[in-house]
Design a protein around this ligand. Structure first.
Ligand code: ADP
Ligand code: MG
Length: 338
């Protein structure tokens, strides 16, 4: 048996990239989260060839200081937490300090950033983690991260990429998830030179309608329920707007898009009496609770959470939605399952 040896840093990042950067859309999600964590109010996404050739996210957030640029690309380097207590109270979307390092290890990445107190911007480039010198650049306050040729140095990974259209579809979905959760931020999406979405700052209901369509808006009711430190708010469709796929189901926990079996089950149960079993409800729901009651550090992609008291969350979500569905606004046009 060969001797045990420590893996080179780049290889460690490439291994981590398997989980964090499964496909272009996962890289896009991480870049968007970074822009939001930096307090941006205007974010532009520009993609080429489904995000494989280029993923570019430009924001007007705080920016990265010159001395921090190389650190931003370094594994386990983050400005968001410093202690275990911070981790338990984490309010930012990122905290693992590995997304940019992972992305950079499997692409040609460039960051141009101007920190809020600086007179001009700085640029750093990396190719598979070989980092260039830092040079002056021109940019207003904010950051542009450009990721080119994803998986150029990991052919095995590249083989798993689907068609341009499919990868773009996943990117669009990642964009939608983020844009739904932050109506207080303006977003723009471009693909291969075509502008596909321009979302101005709006109230939540308007934003939901812009993304999910006028029919969803017309067929949905707003809800906002609170009890014992838990809050559930958002919009859910009346049973008349049921779908034959789970394509309009968005759940967020403390602002973070999640896939959670427990919450999905509670929602499903709330609709049980009013929806035929092969139909799927449509909703955008935000659960808010104290950060100490939920663990977000479950998986590198951060789309899973663990609740301290899952049963209480289940009961609360079920009752909040069940009650809303039973009131006149929610229940009008009820169709009986046949
Ligand atoms: P994390 O988000 O978990 O901290 P990342 O690898 O995604 O880790 O980013 C590393 C660091 O780079 C962040 O902690 C942040 O300080 C900085 N950073 C990344 N993107 C941006 C951005 N768009 N604006 C400002 N700072 C950024
Ligand atoms: Mg991040």
């Amino acid at each position: 048996m060969p001797a045990i040896r420590l893996l080179p840093d780049q290889l460690i990042s490439q291994i981590a990239a398997g989980e964090v950067v499964e496909r272009p859309a996962s890289a896009l999600k991480e870049l968007l989260e970074n822009s939001l964590d930096a307090g941006s109010t205007d974010i532009t996404v520009t993609l080429l060839n489904g995000g494989v050739k280029q993923l570019r996210v430009a924001d007007n957030g705080t920016g990265v200081a010159k001395d921090d640029l190389a650190l931003a690309l370094t594994r386990h380097a983050t400005s968001k937490i410093a202690t275990l207590d911070d981790l338990e109270a984490v309010a930012s979307l990122g905290f693992r300090g590995e997304a940019l390092a992972s992305i950079a290890s499997v692409s040609r990445t460039q960051i141009i950033s101007r920190y809020q107190d600086d007179h001009h911007a700085w640029r750093i480039e990396s190719e598979g983690s070989a980092i260039s010198a830092i040079e002056p650049a021109a940019l207003g306050i904010g950051t542009i991260v450009e990721v080119h040729d994803l998986y150029f140095n990991t052919p095995a990974r590249r083989k798993f990429l689907k068609t341009e259209g499919t990868e773009f579809g996943h990117c669009e979905e990642a964009f939608r998830r983020v844009a739904l959760s932050r109506p207080d931020v303006a977003f723009m999406l471009q693909h291969n030179g075509r502008a596909l979405a321009r979302l101005n700052i709006a109230d939540p209901q308007k934003r939901f309608g812009e993304i999910l369509g006028a029919e969803f808006s017309a067929e949905s009711f707003a809800l906002d329920e609170s009890a014992a430190g838990l809050r559930l708010w958002g919009m859910a469709a009346k049973p008349t707007f049921s779908r034959n796929a789970r394509d309009t189901q968005y759940v967020y926990v403390n602002g973070r898009f999640v896939r959670d079996k427990l919450i999905s089950h509670a929602i499903r149960q709330a609709y049980q009496d009013v929806l035929h079993h092969d139909r799927h409800p449509a909703f955008v729901l935000f659960l808010e609770l104290d950060t100490s009651l939920v663990d977000v550090n479950v998986h590198p992609s951060k789309t899973e959470v663990r609740f301290r008291d899952g049963q209480a969350v289940h009961r609360f979500v079920f009752h909040a939605l069940h009650k809303a569905l039973a009131t006149p606004t929610g229940a009008s046009n009820l169709v009986t399952a046949s």
